[in-house]
Design a protein around this ligand. Structure first.
Ligand code: B12
Length: 319
């Protein structure tokens, strides 16, 4: 078992290797920690996290150049990818999470770390760099199509800067407007600083409100701000629930599914809400509530919409 003293020595050796750009020695120190009995999560949380924070801070303080910082981050990401090979999930039926960072945030390591943690817990993960989602103006039809195809159960956003927190809010609003049934989790130093909290908050269990100075348009389901990061009891319980969350559990979920399927079909045919409303002889506002999963529909309305879209009711219930 690694003692605190020997772990501290390993952290120091790892950090020095990163500063020297010595990948071989950095890898050897990680192997030593594992051989001494540290598990992979401890390596991530204690060694990678503290070394990256210290080295990043050295750049922020002008002690090392950005090239040296980038080289160090590159080595850590490379070693993480080697470790990942041991816990990557092959099972295509395992629940899927999307992990991303908001536009203009280049702090990739915390996000990659959370993505790997999810894999260790049995999730499949699509890790998107910030460029993918916000490259085009939101709403992004391409992203909507992609999410409908891959059907994730969780959308995780890692935030490091205050500016990225603003983008994270926009992204969550976009996501919750289009996929209200998919859980959203926020984490990273930019969330705790912006919300001025060091607690984890499960919004499905509490009505926690933040002051007006911090405007959250669409709340996530969970925010992770405690020191134990994703290892807290609350976070683990939230992730377990998200993992086992079934789309067909409740009437609400089914209505949301129908709404999404109708919207996707309508968009794929290039028809506006107004045009669909005219064709089905229904009010446009009614179509909007259907697409948002907020309307308990009669079979006759479903028929009218299906006919107008040249489809059949069965298509609306597909996962
Ligand atoms: C390393 C670093 C960098 C590196 C990033 C390298 C990389 N590839 O990631 C570089 C040098 C590129 C960088 C650049 C900048 N940085 Co910087 N950076 C840091 C530093 C020192 C550490 C971040 C880090 O990698 N930590 C290691 C990871 C593993 O820890 P973590 O991110 O906290 O993640 C943990 C948890 O938070 C959690 N977690 C993370 N994400 C998620 C997500 C979910 C869903 C969950 C559940 C959990 C979770 O899990 C992790 C494990 O415990 C921080 C200071 C700090 N101590 O946080 C500043 C900091 C974040 N940077 C900051 C700034 C200002 C910048 C720059 C704007 C500076 C500049 N003038 O250009 C640029 C930003 C460029 C950009 N567009 O993003 C500020 C932000 C301040 C603010 N008020 O917004 C900070 C706080 C520094 C400071 N004290 O001022 N930076």
């Amino acid at each position: 078992m690694t003692t605190t003293k020997s772990l501290n020595q390993i952290i120091r050796r790892y950090k020095d290797s990163l500063i020297d750009g010595d990948q071989k020695n950095a890898l050897a120190s990680i192997n030593l920690a594992l051989a001494n009995g540290s598990d992979v999560k401890t390596v991530y949380k204690k060694i990678f996290t503290s070394a990256q924070r210290e080295i990043g801070q050295m750049w922020h303080d002008g002690e090392i150049s950005i090239s040296h910082e980038n080289r160090a981050a590159g080595i850590t990401l490379e070693i993480m990818s080697r470790l990942r090979a041991n816990f990557e999930i092959e099972d295509p039926s395992a629940p899927l999470a999307i992990v991303t960072i908001p536009k203009n945030d280049n702090h990739t390591i915390g996000a990659r770390m959370f993505a790997d943690f999810l894999m260790m817990e049995g999730w499949r993960v699509d890790y998107l760099t910030n460029h993918n989602i916000n490259k085009y103006q939101i709403p992004n039809d391409d992203f909507i199509k992609y999410v409908n195809e891959i059907k994730p159960k969780l959308f995780a956003i890692s935030v490091a800067t205050d500016m990225a927190f603003v983008e994270c809010n926009k992204l969550t609003d976009f996501f919750k407007s289009n996929f209200p049934h998919i859980k959203v989790i926020w984490g990273g130093p930019g969330v705790s600083r912006s919300l001025n909290t060091d607690k984890d908050i499960d919004f499905n269990q509490t009505d926690e409100n933040f002051s007006d100075s911090v405007r959250i348009k669409s709340k996530p389901d969970f925010i992770c701000c405690s020191n134990s990061a994703f290892e807290s009891k609350e976070c683990k319980s939230f992730l377990n629930r998200s993992m086992n969350h079934s789309d067909a559990d409740s009437i609400d979920d089914t209505l949301v599914k129908i709404g999404i399927n109708i919207k996707t079909l309508r968009i794929s045919k290039g028809i506006s809400q107004q045009e669909l409303a005219n064709m089905a002889s229904i009010d446009r506002a009614f179509i909007s509530t259907i697409e948002n999963g907020k309307r308990n529909l009669s079979i006759s309305v479903l028929h009218k919409v299906a006919n107008s879209l040249d489809s059949n009711i069965g298509e609306f219930f597909k996962d």
